[in-house]
Design a protein around this ligand. Structure first.
Ligand SMILES: NC(=O)c1ccc[n+]([C@@H]2O[C@H](COP(=O)([O-])OP(=O)(O)OC[C@H]3O[C@@H](n4cnc5c(N)ncnc54)[C@H](O)[C@@H]3O)[C@@H](O)[C@H]2O)c1
Ligand SMILES: [Zn+2]
Length: 405
């Protein structure tokens, strides 16, 4: 038996933020990030709509990118005191993910962060509050997913919290919010979405319900991402839907080791000033992982099907897999994203010598590989890497070398 879960309602299209007016309740807390939603007036509008719905509104502002365990605990304490029956999270993946984890702690004050990280082990929520997610970036699709990614900065590791309990009750996919994204954010979140769709399609947990969502997302991203990056707002709007479809697929089909590796390299080099942004990490690792997974015949066939849907060149499975890898690498070039960690430079742009020195990478490699294997996303990858293979794969991601194993 398998389960397929999505939010009860999804409102999409320009102006769908107004749906907040129709909520019924007494108290709403709005969780937001560092200021972009306020700057562009979306926070004010959301607050006004909730007040029109007759609710008392409290703001929890300043949730940082890649939110920490401490922020989650702080937000939960504020919820505990205020007692909201609606939690409204507005912004990118970071504030929405943080609010999901706060929600768990608010409903179960004795629940520790370790408890939350037990995969599919969250107790029943919605005894105190329901959850609305309004996404302002076009990538994580956390507005429809059963995941939240929280960083433990003491360990330098990102932990995925995974349970259908934290799938939001209502998702609002209003493309107006995504139109203010700077180019770099469009690039990173777009490649995150492409990775979600491709990993979901080849995941061992994929099914007839997730496949069409993943394929349609891939086709749309192929058509719209570069244009969106270059300022075409119709394509930007389309990408907001595409990333959401990818999210519907991976929330139910799960992901693979591109994400395992991105989670475990994201914060580990921050002492060298290199926070490897999630979408950029995915973009760098995806071609390597496709090559590695394609040694599994079934996965290779599925990559070839993706290539067929995309009308890429090639007549044999091998040629189609190669064409898909080339497509992903060409996307990195078009979006100004480096191909490997060694070349990951200032502001995530390609450079000759990036942030992460070779000796530091090699010293931390065994630990990173071990943590990546243990990541919750590894279980559904089509190939299960050994410690030795994972280290080799990560080296390919550092030096941009061929994967031949
Ligand atoms: N829950 C999931 O299923 C899932 C999936 C993938 C990634 N993630 C996690 O999500 C986080 C990344 O989220 P993200 O990529 O959405 O970025 P983000 O939420 O970290 O935001 C990045 C920056 O963009 C700004 N921003 C957001 N929307 C904007 C807009 N419309 N206009 C201008 N600026 C805007 C923010 O203020 C912030 O400074 C990571 O922690 C990642 O691990 C979660
Ligand atoms: Zn992702």
């Amino acid at each position: 038996m398998a389960r397929f879960t999505l939010p009860r309602d999804l409102y999409h299209g320009k102006g769908s933020l107004e749906t907040l007016k129709t909520l019924k309740g007494k108290k709403a807390i709005i969780c937001v990030g560092g200021g972009s939603m306020k700057r562009f007036g979306f926070l004010d509008r959301a607050q006004k709509y909730l007040e029109e719905a007759g609710m008392e509104v409290k703001l929890f502002e300043g949730i940082e990118s890649d939110p920490s365990v401490e922020t989650v605990m702080r937000g939960a304490a504020v919820m505990q005191e205020f007692g909201p029956d609606w939690i409204i999270a507005i912004g990118g993946g970071s504030p929405i993910d943080a609010a999901k984890a706060m929600w768990i702690k608010y409903e179960y004050p004795n629940c520790t962060f370790e408890d939350m990280c037990k995969v599919f082990g969250i107790p029943e929520l919605r005894k105190k509050a329901h959850f609305v997610a309004v996404s302002s970036t076009s990538g994580t699709a956390t507005e429809v997913t059963a995941f939240s990614i929280i960083t433990d900065y003491q360990k330098g590791i990102k932990y995925p919290i995974a349970d259908f309990e934290i799938t939001p009750d209502i998702a609002i996919v209003d493309p107006e919010l995504a139109e203010t994204m700077p180019k770099k954010l469009v690039a990173h979140t777009g490649m995150d979405a492409l990775t979600h769709a491709i990993e979901a399609y080849v995941s061992t947990a994929h099914c007839d319900y997730t496949d069409p969502l993943a394929i349609h997302a891939i086709e749309m991203i192929q058509k719209d991402l570069v244009g969106s990056y270059n300022g075409d707002m119709e394509k930007r709007d389309a990408m907001h839907n595409a990333q959401c479809l990818a999210g519907m697929a991976f929330s139910n089909a799960l992901l693979g080791i591109v994400h395992s590796m991105a989670h475990k390299t994201g914060a580990i080099f921050q002492d060298y000033g290199a926070h490897i942004i999630h979408g950029a990490a995915n973009a760098m690792y995806l071609p390597k992982v496709i090559a590695y997974n394609a040694k599994n015949a079934e996965a290779a066939e599925r990559y070839a099907v993706i290539a067929d849907y995309m009308h890429l060149e090639g007549s044999t499975t091998e040629e189609k897999v190669a064409a898909l890898i080339k497509f992903c690498r060409d996307m990195n070039d078009a979006l100004n994203i480096p191909h490997c960690i060694k070349n990951y430079g200032a502001d995530s742009y390609p450079t000759e010598q990036g942030f992460v020195p070779e000796e530091v990478f090699l010293e931390r490699l065994p630990e990173i590989a071990k943590n990546a294997i243990a990541d919750a996303c590894t279980g559904s990858n089509p190939r299960q890497p050994s410690q030795e293979e994972m280290e080799k794969l990560l080296k390919c991601c550092y030096y941009d070398t061929e994967v031949d194993f």
